[in-house]
Each structure stands twice: as structure tokens, then as C-alpha cells.
Design a protein around this ligand. Structure first.
Ligand code: 4NP
Length: 168
């Protein structure tokens, strides 16, 4: 078990306006519903800087709102090397962003760096597809994948002792 008081999770995509803010909002809501509010630091960022300071894409905001997730307060930021010192779990949405993360990751990073969907049983190597240039179906797919992965991430944090069953 890590010696810091709380677990810290960072979701990473390219622009930080579609996939990773959706993952942040979904996982934060799951933590709240599960009684773990404030027990895990949750953040998201992009490997690119094009949208820094911007709210999530309106298509992500409305698709998430339809399922009860509020993303409008979030603002995009770019990955910073200091993130490797702040987060226990750094979860990439696709292999391209994972490659960027691996190139920047210090050799002594003690946490978990991998694909978000690798947390799903049988999800090995799968990516959360980039919905930015596609139709609205892509945003629903992002939510489907992220909701499933969030359940798996919560179970992983419980299993690893970051948050104990019944300690909420
Ligand atoms: P995201 O989607 O990485 O899920 O936030 C994208 C957002 C913007 C761009 C690409 C992907 N873009 O090229 O501006």
C-alpha cells in the first residue's frame, strides 16, 4: 500500500476535451455513489496543448449529462512531468498517448502506467476510440467503455488497498 493518504488517478487522452474529462467525471461520480467521495484524487489531462484552458467538447458534455455526469466545470490542461510524482495510476485512452507517456515517464515511477481498458477483464490492448472527428455515436461509445472501466478501476483500488471495503 502506498504511504500517501489518498490514491491519485490521472486519465490521459490527446486533447483533454473528450475522453479523459469524460473518464474523470464518470469515475468521480462512481466514487461519490460508492461513498468514497474525497478518498481518491482524480484528474485528467491531454498530451497535446491545443485546448488548454477550454471546457470539454459540448458533445461530450451533453452526452455525459444525459447519463447524469456533469463535465462543464472541467478545464483542459496538458500533461506535465510532475504528474509522475503526483499520481499512482496514470491511465491512457489509447496506445499513441501511452507511448507519449512512456517516453516521458521517469525510470523510477512507482505507480501504474497503462491503458485504461487493460483494467477490464479481457480488455487487454483495447483503446477508447477518439470521438473528436466522428459522429455522436462515438461519444456514447466513450461513455460505455469508460463506465465499465471505472467499475474495474474502483475494484482495483479496493483490491490493492488504496480504499478499503466498508471504510467509506
Ligand atoms: P480527446 O479528443 O483526446 O479525447 O480530448 C480530441 C480532442 C481534440 C483533438 C483530437 C482529439 N484535436 O485534434 O484537436
Amino acid at each position: 500500500m502506498p504511504d500517501r493518504a489518498r490514491a491519485a488517478v490521472l486519465f490521459v487522452c490527446l486533447g483533454n476535451i473528450c475522453r479523459s474529462p469524460t473518464a474523470q467525471g464518470v469515475f468521480e461520480t462512481l466514487l461519490e455513489k460508492s461513498g468514497y467521495q474525497g478518498r481518491v484524487d482524480v484528474d485528467s489531462c491531454g498530451t497535446g496543448d491545443w485546448h488548454v484552458g477550454k471546457p470539454p467538447d459540448p458533445r461530450s458534455v451533453s452526452e455525459a449529462a444525459a447519463r447524469g455526469y456533469e463535465l462543464g466545470r472541467l478545464r483542459a490542461r496538458q500533461l506535465h512531468v510532475s504528474d509522475f510524482h503526483r499520481f499512482d495510476y496514470i491511465l491512457a485512452m489509447d496506445r499513441a498517448n501511452l507511448a507519449t507517456l512512456r517516453a516521458l515517464c521517469p525510470d523510477d515511477f512507482p505507480g501504474h502506467l497503462g491503458l485504461l481498458l487493460d483494467l477490464l477483464p479481457g480488455g487487454g490492448g483495447r483503446e477508447v476510440p477518439d470521438p473528436y472527428y466522428g459522429g455522436s455515436g462515438g461519444f456514447a461509445t466513450v461513455l460505455d467503455l469508460v463506465e465499465a472501466a471505472s467499475e474495474a478501476l474502483l475494484a482495483e483500488l479496493q483490491r490493492r488497498g488504496f480504499i478499503a471495503h466498508g471504510s467509506a
